[in-house]
Design a protein around this ligand. Sequence first.
Ligand code: FES
Length: 66
Amino acid sequence: MYVCICNSVTDRDIAEAVGSGARTLAQLEESLGVGTRCGRCRDTASDCLHRFQSTTATGLAFQAAS
Ligand code: FES
């Protein structure tokens, strides 16, 4: 699903960024551009970040985003 319409960022993009080491919203902003325009997606992006961080160790993040 799209999380950030302004920058065409999906939950899968966020899962991949977390898998590549992103740990903060600022890191997602820098790597994906999420939240850098209107900012309406920031809460959802943050929720995705935390959800994928909690499942990354087991590899479930990528399954959830598929
Ligand atoms: S929806 Fe993400 S910056 Fe606008």
